[in-house]
Design a binder for this molecule. Sequence first.
Ligand SMILES: *Cc1c(COP(=O)(O)O)cnc(C)c1O
Length: 362
Amino acid sequence: MEVKETLKGLTPYQPGKPVDEVKRELGLEKVVKLASNENPYGCSPLAKKAIEDVLGEVAVYPDGYAQKLRTKVAGRLGVGEKQLLFGNGSDEVILIICRALLSKGDNIVTATPTFPQYRHNAVIEGAEVKEVPLVNGEHDLNAMEKAIDENTKIVFVCNPNNPTGNSIGEQSFLSFLKSVPKDVVVVSDEAYKEYVTADDFPETVPLLKEYPNLIILRTFSKAYGLASLRIGYGVGEEGFMQSLDPAREPFNTSAIAQSAAFYALDDEEFLENCKQKNRQGIRMFEEFCEEYGLHCYPSQGNFILLDLKVPGSVTFDRLLKAGYIVRNGEALGFPTSVRITVGSKEQNEEIIEQLRTLVSNN
Ligand SMILES: *Cc1c(COP(=O)(O)O)cnc(C)c1O
């Protein structure tokens, strides 16, 4: 028995340490995971109600086409229903795009460090990955454009970028889009879009009319607080999106996820509240960095990458002992940093307090 060659160098996704494991190992009563950019405020009560509503229907297959949700999302975005492709998380939309577009001999262009699933899925399809280093935490779009060659099928742009949090402004994104050959697909992964406060963040949906090679990814996992239900989507030009659809499993999104997402869209107040509190949280971490002369990237997401000038594992262990699971930057390409999901005010305060003692003792 042998798996295909492309799988051999890959390792399964390493999730953050599970809360229960840490509780047991360290004998802690309260452990908070701020490692996967989940919403610390959970999800809208409307979404919870929606989940209860469909519990009676679990014996039947979901609507594979997600018609109700599709109609609503299309209306919200002002696009046609057939321009949407729903996935088991936007992770799956990345998988579907790679599966549909890539073969051996092709390549993709991405930034590095960035969200690892672009690389992972491209490698499985036998494609080469051309990685262009970030500059000051930002995509180097000029270098990415230059990296495109006749074998390039997809360019992944992570905006805001995970793990730095930097966002790409409208002007830069537009001139990049103009410069990319028309037969190369540009994927704009906007997983943190709902948290963005930057004025110059590009409104990409209206660009679809002019750029049929653009696909925008959105998810219900982050600001909407539905990570465990696995639902996200891609939006692009109708004919192109329809041509990707056969690469999707027939029942890839569950009825529970569809229903929760449908109702979560109605609770704009919940979303706005999370966005405001997140921004205040980011500011707390930024002020801490200013006070101690430490570096952090200007994050437009719900996480912040802090450089504490000690190995990421040191900071990670310190926070773990205090009951906080964060992401060690050593695994993210930033060896002296940690990536912390912004928590509630109290959680942020507690973390900053820990960081203060850590920094002061160095
Ligand atoms: C979290 C994340 C996703 C994946 O989200 P799911 O919809 O839960 O699969 C995609 N892209 C980026 C950049 C992310 O950080």
